[in-house]
Write a protein that binds this ligand. Structure first.
Ligand code: AMP
Ligand code: ZN
Length: 467
């Protein structure tokens, strides 16, 4: 399998550090709000990569963090008059709901920054001892010039960075490019004791610490969106390699942005849709399919038209599989033996299977892999009918289901809820709301959403429709 490595800027043969095992770290969300569908892009892509690696027989240890202490979380907590922990816990739960809907598997370990402070203090102390960090008035900075390879991932040079951009020069810093590892608390902020001040860690250090703790000093794949290349991943490399004296990650993978009108979807720009709101309008599988239908290193424009077209394409695959299942269950296929014509088609199907794998092996080209699925759909639609042999139909059906499942696409149609079951759940939700049991009321709403039922609160009461 070949992977494009941001570090070497080349496609490289994937050879893990330890045979048969993959250690993978994906930078996770800062939990202060619902995630937008731009954030869902890396989550879906790297979950699919994990599934594919497992399919190829690797044992994958997949670690992804929650940044649960940060300026934005603290700001939101102050606005609502609650603790930062309450905000982060709430949005970790919401994140999990979205991940579930998108069929993204739980990470092997999903550590939270606030529970790893001791490890961070330990690594920062070590960096100071080794001459890579220094303390000024309770703040600890990483000394970027002490790490000779600084800039190797983003291909930036410290001198150019300093000449090119106007960086607010803090008087404490020895060099403008130095970055914070630990900072003293401000009034009203959560804080932890440390040898330097009561305070909290900078953002970058958590990933170096968690990655080492759960995966070891060296890992195979480190991944995230391309905005993380600089400074976040560059700084992670500096911290980890300065502390451990070893190469940190062997392969660095970065997805391109999900854009709207060719601009990055982002919270701060205000041009975003949450996963939650899109999933109210579309089956979450459509979103998953939409993301996988283009190459991960190509920018992807989000528009209703494109999502509609993804919905239709996915439906073509699901309808084909449904038709094969219907044939198999109909009792019409009474011929057991595969005919020689069918054998030829099965050989073609086998070649399409290989085409799928080749595409995935060629820098994780899910778009081409999906194209192979469509060719298989075409074969099935053209050649399967009531006079086919059972084995022929079954083989094509199994191939299709298998390829979809590698991509995390469910092919079984969910049992539909009956009207009266829906009404009963809505009544239960109303009662839960009356009793201020919002957890249960949200749970019911999400359950209905998963089944494609959309609720609308109107003055006349709750109305519902199927999506
Ligand atoms: P954040 O919570 O902003 O740190 O983002 C979480 C993940 O989503 C990171 O891997 C980001 O690089 C990624 N990300 C954020 N915005 C986008 C976008 N518009 N398109 C693709 N990935 C994004
Ligand atoms: Zn990170």
């Amino acid at each position: 399998m070949k992977i494009y490595n941001t570090l070497t800027q080349k496609k490289e043969e994937f050879v893990p550090l330890e045979e048969g095992k993959v250690r993978m770290y994906v930078c996770g969300p800062t939990v202060y709000n619902y995630i937008h569908i731009g954030n869902a892009r890396p989550a879906i892509l790297f979950d699919t990569l994990r599934r594919y690696l497992e399919y190829r027989g690797y044992e994958v240890n997949y670690v992804s963090n929650f940044t649960d202490v940060d300026d934005k979380i603290i700001k939101k907590a102050n606005e609502e008059g609650v603790s930062a922990a309450e905000i982060s816990e709430r949005y970790i739960e919401e994140f999990r709901t979205d991940m579930d809907a998108l069929n993204i598997r739980e990470a092997t370990v999903h550590p939270k920054a606030t529970q790893e402070i001791d490890g961070m203090i330990e690594m920062i102390s070590d960096l100071i001892k080794k001459g890579h960090a220094y303390e000024k008035n309770g703040t600890v900075y990483f000394s970027t010039r002490s790490f000779k390879e600084y800039g190797k991932l983003s291909k930036k040079k410290i001198d150019d960075l300093e000449a090119g951009i106007r960086i607010a020069v803090s008087e404490e810093k020895e060099d403008p490019m130095d970055f914070v590892l630990w900072k003293p608390k401000k009034e009203g902020e959560p804080s932890w004791q440390s040898p330097w001040s009561d305070g909290r860690p900078g953002w970058h250090i958590e990933c170096s610490v968690m990655s080492r703790k759960y995966l070891g000093e060296q890992i195979d794949i480190h991944a995230g969106g391309e905005d993380l290349v600089f400074p976040h991943h560059e700084n992670e490399i500096a911290q980890s390699e300065a502390a451990n004296g070893k190469q940190f990650a062997k392969y660095w993978m970065h997805n391109a942005f999900l854009n709207i009108d060719n601009k990055k979807m982002s919270k701060s720009a205000g041009n975003f849709f949450t996963v939650r709101e899109i999933c109210e309008q579309y089956d979450p599988q459509v979103i998953r399919f939409f993301m996988l239908n283009s190459h991960y290193r190509s920018p992807l424009n989000f528009s209703r038209d494109l999502v509609e077209s993804a919905k239709n394409s996915l439906n073509r695959i699901l309808t084909a599989i449904g038709a094969l299942e219907h044939l198999l269950g109909s009792g019409a296929l009474d011929r057991e033996l595969v005919s020689s014509d069918e054998q030829l088609i099965l050989t073609e199907a086998e070649a399409l299977n290989t085409k799928f794998m080749d595409a995935m092996d060629e820098d994780f080209n899910t778009a081409d892999a999906i194209a192979a699925i469509f060719e298989l759909v075409k074969l099935a639609n053209t050649h399967c009918n009531a006079s086919s042999s059972k084995e022929f139909v079954q083989t094509l059906q199994e191939r299709l289901v298998n390829l979809c499942s590698i991509l995390g696409l469910e092919t079984k149609k969910e049992e539909e809820l009956l009207d009266e079951e829906i009404e009963k759940l809505i009544e239960e939700r109303q009662a839960a709301r009356k009793n201020k049991d919002f957890a249960r009321s949200d749970e019911i709403r999400n359950l209905l959403l998963e089944k494609g039922i959309i609720l609308e609160d109107t003055r006349e009461g709750v109305r519902w429709k199927r999506s």
